[in-house]
Structure formats: structure tokens, C-alpha cells
Design a protein. Sequence first.
Length: 319
Amino acid sequence: MGEARHLDSSISRGFAFAIVLTAVTLVTELVGGFWTNSLALLSDAAHVFMDLFALVLSLVAIRLATLPATDRRTYGWHRAEIFASLINGGTLILIAFGILHEAWGRFQSPEAVKSKEMFVIATIGLVMNLVAAGRLHGHAHDDLNVRSAFLHVLGDAIASVGVIIGGLIMLFTGWFVIDALISAGIALIIVWGGVRVVREAAHILLEGVPPGVEVSEVVERMRAVEGVSDVHHLHVWSICSHISALSAHIDLEPGYRLRQGEVTGVIEEMLEHDYHITHTTLQAECSRCMTEPLIQQLEHRPRRSSLCSHGHRGHDHHH
């Protein structure tokens, strides 16, 4: 629990740092875009604005996820992370189409750009984006929300590289149409990242199997546990990007029906250690036990000296 709290605190600090840098980048590129008449800078400024929105949304989602579970929300607010990621990915795609639309207009009618100033501003943006991305990268593999925010910032960094290259080309050649081409390239990169985030978030919302988990393999591993006859009614899903859950019926061998706690304990330990499935609901049952007679039949076996005969003799003696 303490480790999880430390992780959330570390992620929150990374987001706060990235939010400050992104806000500074936004103001720099917005002012610079109008000043230099660069579509690439203005498009990236719009992207940075949505990145800022996404980062704030992500930070709010992390805070919501720390709220305790209640009798109305037994999973707490962990799913808020997935909703934030879905919105982040959706905004990436919308921004990309906006950039493509503007780039097409600029491609048909190229406009002069202040190349030297554009180069300097894009370089400043690149440095800030790389610093922000570096702070988020450490947790990008642990949390889908962090990964989507990381993709936002990384997209900005790539965009800044494109703008820098474009600025140099225009500075030495005067070929201003490159501004529109670079903007279109930035948009395609954004679309790729946005679609990926939306797909992963939708997979979790649709109760899909967590990545890296093969259901057939999990079932075989569970069946291999001593005392397990079969496994059925199995479901595996994700609550959020770092919490996976599983429910199943475990059919026990008749000799293990009184040791079901031991058997389910072994299965739970294996699932957590090998597949990082930490929330399990296992119902143990014994189908073969049901085929055995419900009432044990008694067989009468006369003995030479039985309690019945002793009792009978005593009764006769009394009379």
C-alpha cells in the first residue's frame, strides 16, 4: 500500500512539473506563431493547448483514483483514469484533423514565414518538451493515463524537431511550402498516437483481457494446480491500466473438497506472481462429489458379542 502511494505521489509530481513546462511552451509557441506567421508553430501551439488540458485532466484522474471505494462505487474511481485517457486520445485525433485542414490551405497558398525566429522558438519548445517527457517516461509503462500524456508531450517534441528542420530549410531556400508539409507530418504522427490510446482505453472499458495475458495459458496453469479437476466460468478483465481482475469456478477433486482454501490460495498466489492479477474471485466446487450418494448406507454385520445382544440379554434378565 505504501509503495502504491509513493508511486501515485511520484506520478502526480511528474504531471505537475509537465503542466508548468507545457503552459510556458504554449504561451511561447502561440505568441511566436502569430509573430512569425508559421502554421507549424500555430498548429503545435493548438496541440500544446490540448496537451495542457489533457495533463490537467490526467492529474485530476490520478487524484480521483486515490479516493476510497464506497458502497456505491465498490471499485472506487480507478476507471476515471480510463475515461481521461479516452478523452486525451480523442482530442489528439481531432487536433490532427484540424492541422491537416489548415496545412492543405497553406499548401495551396504558401505564405512567407520568419524562418530565423521560428527556428529559435521551436528549439525552446523542443527543450521544454523533452524535459517534460523525461519526467513522465519513467511511469509511462505502468499507467495508461501517464502513457497517453507522455504521447502528447512526445508528439510535441517531434513536432518541434519538424518545425526546427522546416525553419532551417526555409531560412536557406525560401521554400515556404515546407511549413505546410511539416504541419501535415505532425498531424499524421498525432493521429497514430491518438488512435492507439483510444483503442487501449476502449479495450479496458469493454472488459477486454489485459495485455500480456493469454486466457488458454492461464486456464492450463490453474488446472495444473494440485487438487483442481477443471476450470470454468472464467473471466479476466482490467479495472484500470495497472489493476487486473479474474473470476472463475474451480472444480475440485473429491479428495480436496475440505482443502479448498489451500487450493484457491495456491491459485491466487500464482496469478498475482505470474500474471499480476491482484483481484481474484474464485468459487470452489466439486461436481464429482455430487455423484456420490448423499446418505451413507449402513451395512449390518452380526458379531458374536454385540451391544444389541448384550442389551437384549439384560432385558430378559430384568424380567
